[in-house]
Design a binder for this molecule. Structure first.
Ligand SMILES: [Fe+2]
Length: 220
């Protein structure tokens, strides 16, 4: 068997652009003559050598743009509105969980359990909202700083209020989230964005129903 110069796969080939420096010779080494496939990983992607092959390889790893039938401007505006909804939902989740921990008084059992049902529902809601933002091609906010600047729902009071004051705060919180979701509807309808419209409809139903149940505790 004769000797043949075989390209070292780590260095690609000595003919590669940018591989013509003083170490180019280290990119070739001698091996016994045999099919090159014997020495190279058969599952490795083809090594681009020409300019057009480099361009093809580059295209191969670049994600395509988003073409779902909703324009860039509309996707950005809807993602913006959903970010406010996410911030409101997360803030109301945290307040409700806070009240579950800190509620006191004769209604403790009822409210402690009711708040747990409500914060669990809110916790489960943040994920589909965030993932819809991602599907529209934008980053989902996920920090207290971002939520603080986006939310219309105020932060929970530092000192735990009385039980019925907690209920009143939560009624107002659910109504605020419902307003944020409803504000987004005209844009979503105009952009023909059915998945977001469906999500908003579900959130409106929950927030309005929860506001009614909480408000009922405050009525004679
Ligand atoms: Fe608990």
């Amino acid at each position: 068997m004769g000797k043949v110069m075989v390209p070292n796969k780590w260095c690609r080939s000595s003919g590669d652009p940018g591989n013509d420096g003083p170490y180019r010779d280290t990119c070739l080494y001698q091996m016994d003559r045999a099919p090159i496939s014997t020495y190279l990983d058969p599952y490795a992607p083809p090594v681009p050598t020409t300019e057009s092959e480099h361009a093809m390889a580059k295209n191969h790893t670049t994600a395509p743009g988003i073409h779902i039938g909703i324009g860039d401007k509309d996707r950005a505006a809807i993602a913006n509105g959903l970010s406010r909804l996410l911030a409101d939902t997360y803030t109301l989740y945290l307040t409700t969980h806070n009240f579950h921990w800190n509620v006191t008084g004769p209604m403790f059992n009822t409210l402690h359990a009711m708040f747990m049902t409500q914060y669990t529902e809110l916790w489960n809601a943040v994920d589909p909202i965030a993932e819809r933002i991602r599907a529209l091609g934008h980053a989902a906010p996920g920090s207290y700083g971002q939520f603080g600047s986006l939310a219309t729902v105020p932060d929970a009071p530092a000192t735990p209020p009385k039980a019925l004051e907690m209920v009143r705060i939560l009624v107002q919180g659910h109504e605020a989230v419902a307003r944020t979701a409803r504000e987004l509807f005209p844009l979503v309808n105009e952009a023909n964005d059915q998945p977001t419209a469906d999500l908003l409809t579900q959130r409106l139903d929950i927030h309005e129903k929860t506001a009614w149940m909480l408000r009922s505790l405050l009525e004679e």
